[in-house]
Ligand binder design. Structure first.
Ligand code: PEP
Ligand code: MG
Length: 310
């Protein structure tokens, strides 16, 4: 079975009716890029950078971060690599940032919010990313955006980072795409506005489900309510895709559900352009896509969303 899947390593897959779907991989450590490549990932759709900041007593230097980002870009040999800026807070604590205990950490000082409050820490990461950009096709992605204002502020810090590097005479690519994760209902609801400010969206369904349904994704007592197919969640995904496509921007999904063979046809029916999956699942997801009829799935999901009664 595994051998049989190997024939899809170099395949760019399309649905039965010819809709091209890109299959990327999620990684959380640089070494995983090798597994992604071996399994035929067409790019990295989510490189989580938290590992660089965890289990230590001070933040990583610009050079240390640069080395990690460069390593992944080189391993991916020119394929797109979406690197997400620091996403801590919530359930991931970092002692040296002195994050206060919060009653609702997932609604608190987390991800882009924390980065905008630690400008130097954030700018150091952005400079490391910019420096690495000359070694491949880097795209930068901001997590947990809720407002256009946050996105503008993040972009202005990126601009400062560029200007500082220019002054230092350090080179970086001029054509780095910028994207955001859509993982709050607020972001999905204003995705028409956000689409004007970015090159792409990637839907973080792990969080989008949590925030839409008000279900703490770490609380087992309510996990039975954590339903990826809840029509409220699917409507937000559909809205995001439509708003992005109107502006000519692509949309990926990088939450766990992108690796679920039963849910993939639904995501395709909702119009998504790219799935970013567990590196070990790239080949089986490619195979699954080949069996999907996009137009039939689109009709099915539209019917379901109109008469949803669950
Ligand atoms: C998500 O929320 O779907 C996501 C991919 O981000 P994380 O799981 O790292 O919060
Ligand atoms: Mg998330």
């Amino acid at each position: 079975k595994k051998e049989e899947l190997k024939r899809f390593v170099a395949t760019e897959v399309k649905t039965k009716d010819g809709k091209r779907i890109k299959v990327y991989a999620n990684i959380a450590l640089p070494d995983e890029a090798e597994i992604a490549i071996k399994n035929g990932a067409e790019g990295i759709g989510l490189f989580r950078t938290e590992f660089l900041f965890m289990n230590r007593s001070s933040p990583p230097s610009e050079d240390e971060q640069f080395a990690a980002y460069k390593a992944v870009l080189e391993k991916m040999e020119g394929k797109p690599v979406i690197i997400r800026t620091l996403d801590v807070g919530g359930d991931k604590n970092i002692p040296y940032l002195n994050i206060e205990n919060e009653l609702n950490p997932f609604l608190g000082y987390r991800a882009i919010r924390l980065c905008l409050g630690h400008r130097e820490l954030f700018k150091t990461q952005l400079k490391a990313l910019l420096r690495a950009s000359v070694y491949g096709d880097l795209k930068i992605m901001f997590p947990m955006i809720t407002t256009a204002g946050e996105l503008k502020e993040a972009k202005s810090i990126l601009q400062e980072a560029k200007e500082e590097l220019k002054k230092q005479g350090i080179e970086f690519s001029e054509k780095i795409e910028i994207g955001i994760m859509i993982e709050t209902p607020a972001a999905a609801l204003v995705s028409d506005i956000l689409a004007d400010e970015v090159d792409f969206f990637s839907i973080g369904t792990n969080d989008l489900i949590q925030y839409t349904l008000a279900i703490d994704r770490t609380n087992e007592k309510v996990s039975y309510l954590y339903d990826p197919l809840n029509p409220a969640v699917l409507r937000l995904i559909k809205m995001t895709v439509e708003n992005a496509h109107k502006k000519g921007k692509e949309v990926g999904v990088c939450g766990e559900i992108a690796s679920d063979e039963e849910i993939v046809p639904i995501l395709i029916g909702l119009g998504i352009d790219e799935l970013s999956v567990n590196p070990a699942k790239v080949l089986s997801i490619k195979k699954r896509i080949l069996d999907v009829n996009y137009e039939a799935e689109e009709d099915k999901i539209n019917m379901y969303l109109q008469r949803a009664n669950n």
